[in-house]
Every structure is written in C-alpha cells, then in structure tokens.
Design a binder for this molecule. Sequence first.
Ligand SMILES: [Ca+2]
Length: 177
Amino acid sequence: MHSLSANGYQTDYTKIYFDGAPTSLNVIVDDVTVKHLPQQCNNLIENPSFEQGSAFWLQTDENKDRVKLSLYPGAGGEGDFALRAHARDHRWRGIMQKLDTRCFVPGEELTITAKFKLLNATDGQGLGCDVNDQRSTDDNCPHVMIKGRTCSLGNDIYWRFWNTNSEWDKDSFNDFR
Ligand SMILES: [Ca+2]
C-alpha cells in the first residue's frame, strides 16, 4: 500500500516501473493491476480477520528469513483464519500492517482490539504467559506497538501497549485489552 504525498498528485505525469533484476535475466511481466484503495477511516486495518489470506500484512522485518507468516485456524472456528508468526529469530519479530495516515486526526482517540494465541514454537502446544509482566522477559504476554516514522515534529514515535488481561487461557484466543 502506498499513499501519495502532498506533492505526489500534482505531477505532470507519473510512470510505473518494473525493474531491478540483474542483466543476466530477462524479465516477463503479465496481468498488472494498480488498485485504488479508498480511505477506510472507520476501520483502519485492512483484511482484519484474514478472509483475504495474508493480504495487506507484512513481517516486522524486511528480511523474510527472520520471521515467517502463515495462515492458522482462526478464533471464529470452521472456515475462519488467523495469521501465525513463526520461525522468529528475535522477540521483536511479528506481524504488522501499514496504517492509512490520511485517517489520522489530531486529538482523536483510537481503540485497538485483537485476539492472541501463543504456541510452543517446537511442539505447537498452547502456552500461557504472565499477565502481570509488563517488561520484556521470557514470560511476558504479546503486546501491540504503534510506530510512526518522520512525524511532523521530526521525531519517530514508538508506543508500546502492554496487554492488561487479568488471565491468559493457553488453549484459546485471548483478547488484547
Ligand atoms: Ca479470522
């Protein structure tokens, strides 16, 4: 997903390129589409329940060897899907989506909801976490991060929201709250 900046839509013309491969290769391109995504400010997240597979979702690291994503049975039961982050080489590796910054209004509040489940990376069994631990340890529950690059005041922001669940069911999805 790409959003035009203020000077991006007042150009004389615009091109799209398909390049970048080494000269030892021929490049064949077919079935190109460019979709216009309308602003969806009632629901900032696209494909929130993974009906479209992993569309719009990315690894939190550009190196795809550091975390892999795959579909997993979802919280809604039969036919529903969730997204699993696995083969993670660091605790920060996870799942992310770029938000449509055209929807941000100064002073407005956002409510973040999500459901989490933890699995042992080795045997796939459900695992719990310490709901009272709001530091990065071997026991903390998963949390949510908002990251803003080159904000108007010049600084990047990193806001970490810890889960304040009062208990964690290791065999179910748990609401982020
Ligand atoms: Ca789902």
